[in-house]
Design a protein around this ligand. Structure first.
Ligand code: PDD
Length: 286
């Protein structure tokens, strides 16, 4: 890996990339981002990530600095320059550099940054045994559908898990399951796959959509609806999903076993189907 990044029109080594301290991303967290996994050097679900990027930009009233074709070219160039087979592409757009003022200054030029790191999906032991999670009250803002770089809430919540050696913090707002600090959450009860609806309280996960697509295609019993905290705590299975975690079973919640404390039947099926789905997509001509 050569750690090449893209910043405002040019590719350069990571340690040469600089932004002015008055960038509103630095001062206010005024920007949005995406994380796109690339398998065998091919971005996975790029079109969907670009749709979500546009949704996030619209959500903060920031113009998209690039067309989808330009983003696609940039992403491919970054992948080629970095050279690993499986990469995690991070891209960020901020409102740019201006004298500090909460209101948006006129005639700003967006800051565009992209970097790549090796894609590390969960190790086999985590897939086989599941991982532990804790729970917390979801104290984030009410625009969680915007993939904002203002991630302090998520960082504080994720650190609560890290402090006790858990992998995720699962969140409840007003007695309902929302998502986790950096992933979406699914619950299985009596053979039914339950998913919280997409609304302003959760990030519309690209992996969430893939999982639901597979579940529908394979005729899982699925319900997309509000899930109570009690239902979550009494679940037979809990899964978290994200571009980097893919699908992972939570087998301990707040120190109590989920179901029988091992990854469930439905998880095992979905994990296998997800891997097959990925392989099939990657085999298709670009
Ligand atoms: N996070 N919910 C939150 C709060 C997230 O941060 C993420 C992903 C997801 C899952 O979205 P997707 O399936 O599109 O990756 C849900 C990324 C990976 C991150 O911030 O690193």
């Amino acid at each position: 890996m050569s750690d090449m990044v893209y910043l405002n029109g040019a590719f350069m080594p990571l340690d040469e990339a600089r932004i002015p301290v008055l960038d509103r991303g630095f001062i206010f967290g005024d920007g949005v981002y995406e994380v796109v996994p690339a398998y065998s050097r091919r971005p996975f679900r790029m079109a969907e990530h670009l749709v979500r990027l546009q949704h996030s930009l619209d959500g903060i009233r920031l113009a998209n600095p690039h067309t989808d074709a330009e983003w696609t070219t940039l992403m491919h160039d970054l992948i080629t320059k970095n050279g690993g087979e499986d990469q995690s592409i991070y891209l960020q757009v901020t409102r740019g550099v201006a004298k500090r003022d909460h209101a948006f200054p006129k005639d700003m030029k967006q800051t565009v940054f992209m970097m790549s790191s090796p894609l590390t999906t969960p190790p086999q032991t985590q897939i086989d045994n599941g991982v532990s999670a804790i729970t917390a009250s979801d104290f984030r803002w009410l625009k969680c559908d915007v993939k904002s770089v203002s991630l302090l809430g998520n960082c504080l919540l994720r650190q609560m898990a890290a402090d006790v050696g858990a992998v995720e913090t699962i969140l409840f707002r007003d007695g309902k399951l929302t998502e986790a600090s950096a992933s979406n959450v699914f619950v299985v009860k009596d053979g039914v796959l339950l998913a919280p609806p997409k609304n302003n309280l959760v990030l519309p996960g690209i992996t969430y959509d893939v999982v639901l697509e597979i579940a529908h295609a394979r005729e899982f019993e699925v319900e997309v609806r509000e899930i109570s905290e009690a239902e979550t705590r009494n679940a037979d299975e809990i899964w978290v999903t994200s571009s980097t975690k893919e699908v992972l079973a939570i087998t301990t919640l707040d120190d109590k076993p989920v179901g029988d404390g091992a990854p469930g039947m439905l998880f095992k099926r979905m994990h296998t189907l997800y891997q097959e789905f990925k392989r099939d997509v990657m085999r298709k001509p670009a």
